[in-house]
Write a protein that binds this ligand. Structure first.
Ligand SMILES: Nc1ncnc2c1ncn2[C@@H]1O[C@H](COP(=O)(O)OP(=O)(O)O)[C@@H](O)[C@H]1O
Ligand SMILES: [Mg+2]
Length: 264
């Protein structure tokens, strides 16, 4: 579950308008943790929105486990930078709302138990359940959003710069949390994680994709096998990873240079 087939998809927001993505063709295998990198405005969020079913490709085909993506689905959890919690509901109510859609047959008590357990799993204390988002710090809100996404247990998880607004220490903790939740999955979820932070991507991903400037395409695709995964220490010590880091930065910037040349 969670196998994503992206067959030659192209996309424009308006008919005959600017082409944002062009002929993207790849397969994302079930259980992969894929980080998507690229310059701002190249179409990373657009690609995620397509996979989420919030937009439809202009050309090509997008399917998950053989079924065409058609509208949003509980099979795909999303976590965005702005937390995605309803401000008028408590953290607990936000999670229960998502759970109700996923498990309509379960009682309120059962759903509450799942929500409380999930908040605990992401390191939040019981009292958070009854708090409104505005009473929580950015890191706590993002933990709630992660709890919500994992509680509905979707085979595919889409994360769009989820830690972009957080301070460095909170960010480090949440990176560890997401990696831990992913690694504990049985079976593992397929994760697509957009970031503009090369170091974050190398730490989290077992596959890295770089999108070029729009109309964008995949210009770099590299797999880091689980047994070779860097740690926070080896990431900056191991010559192999330092080389990969340089190459990633080069790839991201290379296309910008040629894009500027083309448009001049
Ligand atoms: N709703 C929209 N309508 C029209 N154009 C959009 C819309 N959303 C994004 N774009 C344009 O699509 C391009 C890619 O945007 P986006 O996917 O958000 O890039 P990224 O996430 O890589 O920064 C940009 O040029 C942006 O201006
Ligand atoms: Mg974006």
């Amino acid at each position: 579950m969670g196998d994503i087939a992206i067959k030659n998809i192209s996309f424009s927001y308006e008919e005959g308008g600017k082409v944002i993505l062009k002929d993207i063709d790849t397969r994302i295998h079930a259980g992969e943790f894929v980080c998507v990198l690229g310059q701002s405005g190249c179409g990373k969020s657009t690609l995620l929105r397509l996979i989420a079913g919030l937009e439809s490709p202009t050309a090509g085909e997008l399917s998950i486990d053989g079924a065409k993506v058609d509208g949003a689905s509980l099979q795909r959890g999303v976590v965005f930078q702005d937390y995605g919690l309803f401000p008028w509901m408590t953290a607990g109510e936000n999670i229960i709302l998502a759970l109700k859609q996923r498990f309509p047959e379960r009682s309120k008590q059962e759903l509450k138990k799942i929500a409380v357990d999930m908040l605990k799993r992401v390191g939040l204390e019981d009292s958070v359940f009854g708090k409104l988002p505005k009473e929580l710090s950015g890191g706590m809100k993002q933990r709630c959003a992660i709890a919500q996404a994992f509680s509905i247990d979707p085979p595919v998880l889409l994360m769009d710069e989820p830690f972009g607004a957080l301070d460095a220490v909170t960010r480090t903790r949440l990176q560890d949390l997401v990696l831990e939740l992913w690694a504990q999955g049985e079976p593992k979820k397929t994760v697509l994680f957009v970031t503009h932070d090369v170091d974050e991507a190398m730490l989290l991903a077992n596959r890295l994709l770089v999108l070029g400037q729009s109309p964008s395409n995949i210009i770099y695709d590299c797999v880091i096998p689980d047994e070779k995964r860097p740690t926070r220490e080896s990431q900056f010590e191991d010559p192999e990873f330092l080389k990969m880091r340089t190459e990633l930065i080069r790839q991201i910037n290379k296309d910008v240079a040629s894009h500027v040349e083309k448009t001049m």
